[in-house]
Design a protein around this ligand. Structure first.
Ligand code: O7E
Length: 221
């Protein structure tokens, strides 16, 4: 995934024509499009090959199973044309290794969820977040998912994983996080869903976030 606009669209719409229309509109403003269960369950896995012409596709299935099942899932998703798969880290080193090994064979990417962006992530997940980040770094995953809603956690996770792994961060906009705060904390890409796909002008909204990101990077350099 090329680091250009540093914006990823979370395309949680249910209709494939709408998904294509929005993807076409934001192509060029986003470095990748994240598709997950809502869109894939509504319109089938073949939506991935329809969207991949607009941007690389990150398949957000938060894979969380035993190693053999994880590998079978990732094989299907890579075969469908996805460039990256998001997996959970809490299932442990062997489950993660199955995904990372396959991605390495296929020259694809795995992003590992550390701590999620919603309030409930503080109930159980946060405690394991740093250990998961370390495991992702030890296994040489492509990157981790860390919450834009808690920039201080992004900073801590960046310190744990170093500069080799990427951080992608959801929670900007509808969940209250700010793109510039996340970037300043060490995020490589922000993930934005509703603020883009519910906008009357998704391209304009995406361009606005990209301008904000470029400005904060310029101001801090
Ligand atoms: O709040 P929105 O509409 O901007 O959408 C955010 C998207 O990021 C949505 O697809 C949601 O499922 C996802 N997400 C989070 O919001 N929080 C997380 O902690 C993790 C994810 C996620 O995508 O995980 C993998 C990147």
């Amino acid at each position: 995934m090329e680091k250009n606009t540093r914006l990823i669209l979370a395309l949680d719409v249910l209709d494939s024509d709408e998904a294509i229309r929005i993807s076409k509109a934001v192509a060029g403003h986003v470095d990748a499009i994240k598709v997950g269960y809502p869109l894939v369950l509504a319109s089938g896995l073949q939506i991935i090959e329809k969207l991949v012409k607009y941007a690389p596709i990150i398949a957000d299935f938060k894979v969380a199973d035993i190693p053999n099942t994880n590998r079978l899932i990732c094989e299907q998703v890579f075969d469908a044309g996805a460039d990256a798969v998001i997996v959970q880290g809490f299932t442990g080193h062997d489950s993660l290794e199955a995904c990372v090994e396959l991605a390495r064979e296929r020259k694809k990417d795995i992003f590992v969820v550390t701590e999620m962006s919603h309030p409930g992530a503080l109930d159980l997940m946060q405690e394991a977040g740093k250990a998961i980040a370390k495991m992702a770094a030890d296994q040489c995953a492509s990157g981790v998912v860390a919450p834009a809603t808690r920039p201080e956690r992004v900073k801590q996770i960046r310190r744990i994983i170093g500069e080799e792994l990427a951080i992608i961060s959801p929670g900007v906009g509808a969940q209250g996080g700010s793109a510039s705060d996340a970037i300043m904390a060490g995020t490589d890409w922000v993930i934005v869903g509703r603020s883009l796909y519910q906008s009357a002008d998704p391209a304009g909204a995406a361009a606005g976030i990209v301008r904000e990101i470029k400005k904060v990077i310029k101001d801090s350099s």
